[in-house]
Design a protein around this ligand. Structure first.
Ligand code: ADP
Ligand code: ADP
Ligand code: MG
Length: 460
């Protein structure tokens, strides 16, 4: 087993990894930017080293600085968390070249799956269904026009290097296609340093269903069930639950098998997620594979009873998976709400600031993963997600009631958050019935905001 792990991340996921290391009796090194000197991950780690100024490019994305710290502190492995360098193939290679284990798949696999157009082609070649679309990359607006005319509207323009919902545009009318293509391409170039684009048919009112995969160095690949992440805003997830209301056991088996096939085709190792969209006619299509631990991993941990970060570390150290496929059982229901420092009433504008007072919910079936503590200042430099409220209960309805209760207890004074929006979602009849799609939030946002307004007025 590793002796010392460097955590190349910040926020709640850095804290999450540090906790797993501590339970495995592995010593820890945190890195941080000058904006994060008072952060929880810095306080929790046995050692912490400042690697630069606030801008991520100068600190959390600074490969040389991070590797220098790993070397100077005698680390033997690096955990990249999610975001930042987690899906950077060159970083994974650089770690290994420096004699450090990278807790994740190989650089080659990250590269292969990181290009969504290439991943799509690979899936097609092994018989995993993909959304009808372009064969490979599309370079000009004129070419995009031809392909869109052929596959039929609406279409989705996607950046091959994209992530976090960026570099993506939905096109409903032919007349908008070329402008939106140029716009998406420019956004991709700016965000990801790549202008490689492709086109897919836009599936209407789909559900986002993803499968957690775990693979070891000995050829074992298992799937740990699905997560339904259909509550999204601008293609970004806000609330996730498992099991999905949309799957029968038969469909679950079929999609799970496709996810394992996808991971095998990629030569996958460590934790990963195979994402699908599920159309209303119950056809499912591969959309991408995330080659890292995901934000919403805790709901799988709660229903399957596996510590995924611990498993990631064990697998990277060469140990076999701690379970076989026939030992994986989903029990009960779990749900996660992402609490973001943003104001839904004002266009979801970021609300950085000082958390003057915090109270986190507790009691049966409640888990909080956060980087916040009373007096902590949320920095404007990084992602706005500041806490995850995760609950579990035997049934979906009990889980919804428990989440309502947890959000009622949650108190964050000093900065705005989306917590009340989350709370209202849990009362919306479409959500409660479970028959929602990725269109849910867009369709019902006005109603939800009106409900928030009523609550605010009633509270004065
Ligand atoms: P998940 O797929 O687990 O929901 P997200 O796609 O929301 O995860 O991404 C996890 C985190 O990483 C988010 O904070 C998001 O902003 C960030 N992220 C995702 N992809 C990229 C990317 N290509 N570049 C920079 N940040 C990214
Ligand atoms: P990212 O890397 O940003 O996570 P994804 O490829 O996972 O990009 O897509 C993000 C979201 O966009 C999905 O969760 C889904 O809601 C939506 N989406 C992606 N592809 C399609 C499609 N072909 N039809 C409809 N919705 C899609
Ligand atoms: Mg995705």
């Amino acid at each position: 087993m590793f002796k010392r792990v460097l955590v190349a991340n910040r926020g709640e996921i850095a804290v999450r990894v540090l906790r797993a290391c501590r339970e495995l009796c592995i010593s820890t090194v945190a890195v941080y930017s000058t904006a994060d000197a008072d952060s929880l991950h810095v306080l929790f780690a046995e050692q912490a080293v400042c690697i630069g100024p606030p801008r991520a490019a100068d600190s959390y994305l600074n490969v040389d600085a991070i590797l220098a710290v790993a070397k100077a502190t005698g680390c033997d492995a690096v955990h990249p968390g999610y975001g930042f360098l987690s899906e950077n193939a060159d970083f994974a290679d650089a770690c290994r070249a420096a004699g450090l284990a990278f807790i994740g798949p190989s650089g080659d696999v990250i590269r292969k799956m990181g290009n969504k157009a290439a991943a799509r082609a690979l899936m097609q070649s092994v018989g995993v269904p993909v959304v009808p679309g372009s064969d490979g990359r599309v370079d000009t607006a004129e070419e995009a026009q031809e392909i869109a005319d052929r596959i039929g509207y609406p279409v989705l323009i996607t950046a091959a290097a994209g992530g976090g919902g960026r570099g993506m545009r939905r096109v409903y009318e032919r007349a908008q296609l070329q402008d939106l293509f140029r716009e998406a391409r420019a956004e991709s170039a700016a965000c990801f340093g790549s202008d490689e684009m492709y086109l897919e048919k836009l599936i209407l009112e789909p559900r986002h269903i993803e499968f957690q995969i775990m693979a070891d160095q000995h050829g074992n690949v298992i799937q740990l069930g699905e997560r339904d992440c259909s509550v999204q805003r601008r293609n970004q997830k806000l609330l996730e639950e498992t099991p999905s209301h949309a799957l029968t056991n038969e469909l679950r088996e079929k999609m799970g098998a496709a996810a394992v096939l996808a991971a095998r085709a990629a030569g996958y190792e460590n934790a990963g997620t195979v994402e699908f969209v599920l159309a209303p006619d119950k056809q499912f299509y591969f959309i991408e594979m995330n080659t890292r631990i995901q934000v919403e991993h805790p709901i799988t941990e709660l229903t399957v009873g596996i510590d995924l970060v611990r498993e990631q570390i064990r697998v990277a150290a060469g140990l076999p998976l701690s379970r076989r496929q026939d030992q994986v059982r989903q029990r009960g229901h779990a749900m996660e709400c992402r609490i973001n420092a943003e104001d839904p009433m004002h266009g979801f504008a970021p609300c950085p600031g000082k958390a003057d007072f915090l109270y986190f919910p507790g009691g049966p079936g409640v888990r909080i993963d956060t980087c916040m503590y009373s007096g902590y200042e949320i920095s404007p430099y990084y992602d706005s997600m500041v806490a995850k409220v995760i609950v579990q209960a035997p049934t979906r309805l009990e889980t919804i009631r428990r989440m309502r209760r947890a959000l009622e207890e949650l108190t964050i004074d000093g900065l705005g958050t989306n917590a009340e929006l989350m709370h209202q979602i849990l009362y919306h009849p479409v959500f409660v019935r479970g028959n929602y799609s990725t269109a849910f939030l867009d369709e019902h946002l006005e109603t939800l905001l009106a409900w928030i307004k009523q609550v605010e007025e009633a509270e004065g």
